[in-house]
Design a binder for this molecule. Structure first.
Ligand code: AMO
Length: 437
């Protein structure tokens, strides 16, 4: 019999159907066995009556067994109806169970609230929990909505390389790759140089890229391997145009996620991000003034949190832009606004930087001079510099960290929770100190 998805069962009331999925829960009540069956589309209660030929198989079946179940879709008695829940008004009277795959004893119950390290240690299992399911469904929508919004704004997607000859970000800790005989290669810390090259060919380009940062500390906001959506656009007059494009994109993403996953926000008890009328913009100096602290070259994590509280209170926005960072504190390709301040910006969301961007230098000679000024060798950048040699329009762009964006969207305590397979100093799948890792 053809498989019916659990979310579609209601259309089959009174009929015999076959579903396939996991045993989410099994409860024995007297001579009857109750199940919750789970597939990719949802859950349904199943009941095995004492006379059913499925009784023997039902007794053998345990949590996370993979089964194919044939049964009759019945309307539940009124007193058992669970209003507002998928399939809360129907159940499957189980006629036959075929065990497709067995599960060994589980380390703990699937939806138990366990500490973060245990959650990661058992990732292949804990990804099945409602919480992780919610996080990664939302994340998939974030990436898809981001992509759709940029495509609608006429950006062309490209695939950036992860093996590179140098570090685009300068200062960002970089992983060395020992393979190419006469030359050290690195894992890309950013698709930066390649997205700029793409502007020379496509005007507007974006990529969903893996970035690698050999962070020397374990924090709640740093991963060794992260995912970014990077875009870059030509023919801008200043960084404000990049910020406007980013704002439009972020609004599209939040609106799409809010609409599609209203149930997740409710389950997690998290408000949908507040967008306000317009994301407020503060220069770094203004931000420090507002906070009554001594001006510095960057925002501390505490300043980021406090300025976001201000933005929500004064502008009804969970997002706030900070601009005019000192040029020296930004990457080499950043255009200067005047002597010391830059055309770079950060976007903060619920207390954390989730995006960084800028207008870039586009003049070849200026770029070469800047590279030298930073003590680097222009020869090492000759491939990248071709883009400037052969005519590149004024341009700028930015990069959003997807784990950080998801983390703040759902108010998670740690960016690693928003990575299906997080890596940091101490972990590649398993803790590196663990046996067998
Ligand atoms: P930046 O270094 O600020 O800028 O990175 C851009 C965004 O990427 C995310 N991110 C990280 N997320 C998790 N773990 C990390 N270790 C990590 N490092 C960065 C953050 C951050 O805002 N080339 C510039 C961008 C540009 O100018 O277009 C860049 O890489 O969310």
């Amino acid at each position: 019999m053809e498989r019916v998805l659990i979310r579609d069962l209601k259309a089959h009331v009174g009929k015999e159907v076959t579903i396939a999925g996991w045993v989410d829960v099994r409860r024995d009540q007297g001579k009857m066995v109750f199940f919750d069956f789970r597939d990719r589309s949802g859950m349904v209660q199943g009941v095995v009556l004492p006379k059913s030929e499925a009784v023997d198989a039902a007794k053998e079946t345990r949590h996370e067994y993979v089964v194919s179940v044939t049964g009759k879709v019945n309307v539940r008695p009124q007193k058992n109806v669970q209003a507002g829940k998928l399939n809360g008004d129907i159940e499957l009277e189980v006629l036959r169970i075929e065990i497709l795959s067995r599960a060994q004893e589980l380390p703990f119950e699937k939806d138990t609230d366990i500490n973060i390290d245990t959650r990661f240690d058992y990732r292949p299992f804990t990804l099945r929990s409602q919480r992780d399911h919610d996080i990664f469904k939302v994340q998939a929508t974030v990436v898809d909505a981001y992509r759709q919004s940029l495509i609608a704004q006429d950006f062309t997607e490209f695939q950036a390389p992860s093996l590179v000859g140098g570090d685009a970000e300068g200062g960002a800790a970089v992983f060395k790759v020992d393979y190419f005989n006469d030359r050290t290669a690195y894992l890309a810390t950013s698709p930066q140089l390649y997205k700029q090259i793409m502007v020379g060919a496509f005007e507007r380009a974006f990529t969903v890229a893996r970035i690698f940062r050999a962070e020397k500390s374990a924090t709640t906001r740093h991963l060794s391997e992260a995912t970014c959506v990077d875009f870059e656009m030509g023919f801008i007059s200043d960084e404000r145009e990049v910020m406007a494009t980013l704002e439009r994109t972020i609004r599209d993403v939040v609106e799409t996620v809010a609409k599609k996953h209203a149930d997740v926000f409710e389950r997690m008890g998290v408000p949908v991000p507040a967008l306000g009328d317009k994301f407020p913009v503060l220069t770094l100096r203004e931000a420090h003034e507002k906070l009554g602290v001594t001006p510095e070259d960057d925002m501390t994590p505490e300043h980021e949190r406090n300025i976001c509280e201000w933005a929500l209170k004064e502008h009804g926005s969970d997002f706030v832009f900070i601009t005019r960072f000192p040029t020296n504190a930004r990457a080499f390709y950043t255009m200067a606004e005047d002597g010391t301040l830059s055309r770079g910006f950060d976007l903060l969301f619920r207390g954390l930087e989730i995006n960084s961007g800028a207008q870039r230098i586009h003049n070849y000679d200026e770029m070469v001079a800047r590279i030298k000024e930073r003590g680097m060798d222009p020869d090492k950048f000759q491939f990248y510099l071709q883009a400037f040699k052969y005519g590149i329009p004024p341009h700028g762009g930015c990069s959003t960290g997807i784990e950080r964006f998801t983390m703040k969207m759902l108010n998670l305590g740690n960016a690693k929770e928003a990575s299906a397979f997080p890596r940091d100093m101490n972990r590649i799948d398993l803790l590196l100190s663990q046996e067998g890792a």
